[in-house]
Design a protein around this ligand. Structure first.
Ligand SMILES: Nc1ncnc2c1ncn2[C@@H]1O[C@H](COP(=O)(O)OP(=O)(O)OP(=O)(O)O)[C@@H](O)[C@H]1O
Ligand SMILES: [Mg+2]
Length: 645
């Protein structure tokens, strides 16, 4: 130390490098000053890592989502209003499905005089934008919530009944209604009001609560019995800042489209002083869709890390064989022994000794049956067509089709697609760039619930764009959705819809889902092709007849002079003859390969690209007339005798 101090400022004799003169550090100088002034020791300086360590603490999910409400669709008042309605109606539909009753849901939206101000630099007037506070109320006839669980079910983030069940449902995570309540209390300062009644409860039960996001716990403001008109069900009231746009009604419409068995009332007062408007979407079918069934996870759907945790925490199984049979679907005793042998794991070994990587490898090679596929509850092809007809009553053509259930990474799923083509109501829903160039509308559904935002990132949207719609006579700019007055419904149902973000806006890419969607949309395209071809043939025929009619009068007039017959009779004969074109004979008519089913609107069974020239019109019945022996007439040759009788 002393040596170094003496060498400071001199050149190193070996390297010749100048040794820098040591400056007293600020801390050293401070300490020196301090020593001279007081005898108290200064706190030891801490490192950056120590300073960071002092800040470390657990983040609870309520705090996290309060700061990241955008991830759940509550980023701004416009999105938040639709998202609030979506979360509440999702829960209502799930609750009626659990109860096994036809849903009766009322959504009430009332603008209040209260305002919410946000700082923004978007407006010209200034940097403050104000939004009305809406009272959003959603009431259902679902199963209700038992009294002891109401506070937590609505007041504790990531608390719910659906996360741990492998069952198709709209809700998956225990976040939706909580995010809406947090958004409500952040923007309006008002608590949520829940009135609920189970079928065994003699009266309704009302709770007013807020969520303490610091503790992720409910703060109950009041609770007690309250009247509730239905035998069972729930009503949730929230005060949220919102921007009322056409998205709201469009969402309600899509929700009704996705749930043809639901009776949906939407009562809205979009601004103070306005009259209430009521939109009533009556159910299109009284038939309840099948109840989705709960299953255990499939071994192939497990990540190695998750399996590792599962086997380490397992406390109920004594052996590896028991563990596999108990926790996974499609694994019988025999299958478990086979897999364990393949993975070189002793069947009697305790679960904690399972080598997860070897087991998963054996499972991948071991040909495990796909998960049971009858656990899903699709909308149904017919119900979807009825639903489309109800929303688009004047559509020219309505069609729907679905694929057999399939699975991605051990998770069952099914796709259904539908379309409404042409007609005023469809055109009204499709934006137009010029007067005649339409932009088709794509309705994406995940477990029968409309996905509202981030369509560009969604697999359901991407596959619609991928299809070459021009093959089906539908205009399209390459790589874009079809450019026609066309509403395409793309529905994916699954025990676990792979959403990209917790807000459930868009579906992530999975090759199996993409393939099934592609095939379903191609079938749908063929149906539309069949209709368009039929319509074009009709138009062509009308055109042909109209040209003939122009000349028929003249011809009949001249003929009547020549043949001394009644002009009107001749004209009728001429017109009749053009109506009934004789069928052209073509080589033995191979029945076209039919993959499409006809809809109510149009009866057609045509494959694209298959030129079928078989006219199916009834052959004209002509009365046999006793006539003198006729000259042999060439086929297709018109003779005057034919009209003179
Ligand atoms: N209308 C309702 N009727 C009956 N139970 C309800 C209703 N609304 C909410 N719940 C209960 O509250 C729980 C929490 O609802 P929340 O919307 O937060 O989560 P989730 O529906 O389970 O999943 P997600 O986050 O995907 O919406 C639900 O799981 C359900 O048990
Ligand atoms: Mg929910």
């Amino acid at each position: 130390m002393t040596e170094m101090a003496t060498d400071v400022g001199k050149a190193d004799p070996q390297t010749g490098v100048l040794v820098a003169r040591a400056k007293p550090t600020v801390a050293r100088a401070r300490r020196k000053r301090h020593r001279t002034r007081s005898s108290k020791p200064l706190p030891e300086p801490i490192t950056v890592a120590e300073a960071e360590a002092k800040k470390m603490r657990t983040v609870n999910p309520a705090q996290y989502y309060r700061q990241n409400l955008g991830q759940l669709g509550f980023g701004d008042p416009e999105h938040a209003l639709v998202q609030t309605i979506k979360e509440l109606t999702d829960n209502s539909l799930d609750a009626t499905e659990a109860m096994g009753v036809l849903p009766e849901i009322t959504v009430k939206l009332t603008a209040t005089a209260k305002r919410y101000e946000v700082i923004t630099n978007k407006t010209k007037e200034g940097s403050v934008r104000t939004f009305p506070i809406f009272r959003v109320s959603v009431e259902d006839n679902g199963c209700g919530v038992v009294r002891s669980k109401v506070a937590k079910a609505f007041g504790k983030v990531l608390y719910g009944s659906k996360f741990f069940s492998f069952k198709q449902s709209r809700g998956q995570q225990g976040l939706g209604v909580h995010a809406a309540i947090i958004y409500a209390q952040l923007t309006s300062l008002e608590p949520a009001t829940i009135v609920t009644k189970t079928e065994t409860d003699p009266a309704g039960y009302k709770v007013e609560l807020k969520i303490d996001t610091e503790k992720n716990a409910p703060v109950v403001i009041s609770s007690g019995e309250a009247p509730f008109d239905r035998v069972h069900g729930t009503r949730v009231d929230l005060m949220v800042a919102g921007d009322y746009t056409e998205k709201v009604e469009s969402f309600i419409k899509e929700m009704s489209l996705a749930n043809p068995h639901a009776d949906l009332r939407f009562k809205v007062k979009a601004a103070t002083g306005q009259d209430q408007r009521v939109l009533h979407f009556k159910r299109a079918t009284d038939v309840l869709p099948p109840q989705p069934k709960e299953i255990r996870p499939h071994l192939l759907s497990m990540e190695p890390g998750a399996l590792l945790e599962m086997k380490s925490n397992d406390a109920c199984c004594r052996t590896a064989k028991q563990f596999l049979v108990k926790h996974f679907v499609r694994i019988s005793g025999g299958k478990a022994l086979y897999l364990l042998k393949k993975a070189r794991i002793a069947p009697q070994a305790p679960p904690k000794d399972i080598d997860v990587e070897a087991l998963l490898k054996a499972a991948r090679e071991g040909d495990i049956m796909r998960p049971p596929l009858d656990v899903l509850s699709p909308i149904g092809e017919e119900a979807l067509r009825h639903s489309l007809k109800r929303i688009y009553p004047d559509a020219e053509f309505i069609a729907s089709t679905s694929r057999e259930p399939w699975s991605y990474r051990g998770v069952p799923f099914q796709v259904e697609v539908g379309a409404a083509y042409g007609g005023q109501s469809v055109s009204n829903d499709c934006a137009t760039s010029k007067e005649t160039i339409f932009k088709s509308k794509i309705v994406r559904l995940g477990n029968k619930c409309p996905l509202i935002y981030d369509s560009k990132d969604c697999l359901l949207y991407k596959v619609v764009k991928e299809i070459n719609w021009r093959n089906y006579k539908i205009p399209q700019d390459e790589g874009n959705p079809p450019a026609a007055p066309l509403v395409v419904v793309v529905s994916l149902i699954s025990t676990k819809v792979p959403y990209i973000v917790p807000g459930k806006f868009a579906v992530a890419y999975h090759e199996e889902i993409r393939e099934q969607l592609r095939l379903a949309l191609q079938t749908l395209g063929r149906m539309i092709y069949g209709y368009i071809s039929h319509r074009q043939r009709q138009e062509h025929e009308q055109h042909r007849q109209s040209i003939f009619q122009i000349y028929a009068k003249e011809v009949a007039k001249d003929l009547s002079v020549l043949a001394e017959k009644d002009e009107q009779l001749l004209l009728n004969g001429l017109l009749e003859s053009v109506k009934h074109k004789k069928p052209k004979k073509v080589a033995p008519p191979e029945p076209p390969k039919v993959e499409i089913t006809a809809t109510e609107n149009v009866e057609l069974k045509v494959e694209p690209k298959v030129e079928t020239r078989v006219e199916t019109r009834p052959v004209v019945e002509t009365k046999p007339v006793a006539a003198p022996p006729q000259k042999k007439v060439e086929k297709g040759q018109h003779t005057l005798d034919a009209f003179f009788g």
